[in-house]
Design a protein around this ligand. Sequence first.
Ligand code: FES
Length: 65
Amino acid sequence: MYVCICNRYRDAEIRALAQQGVRCARQAYSQLGNGPECGQCLEFAQEMIDTEHLVPAGARAPETV
Ligand code: FES
């Protein structure tokens, strides 16, 4: 599933960075190559990152690709 349409970033990429310790959506985007453009996705991406830090990896639903 795409999280960021402008940059074509997927949920799996955002979750992987969160699991590596990234805690901020802007930081995740920077590590993926480009910062946000329109910014419409940032709140959702941040919620995804926050959830990764709250829910143990084994307790999550399978990721969508
Ligand atoms: S949808 Fe992510 S910056 Fe536009």
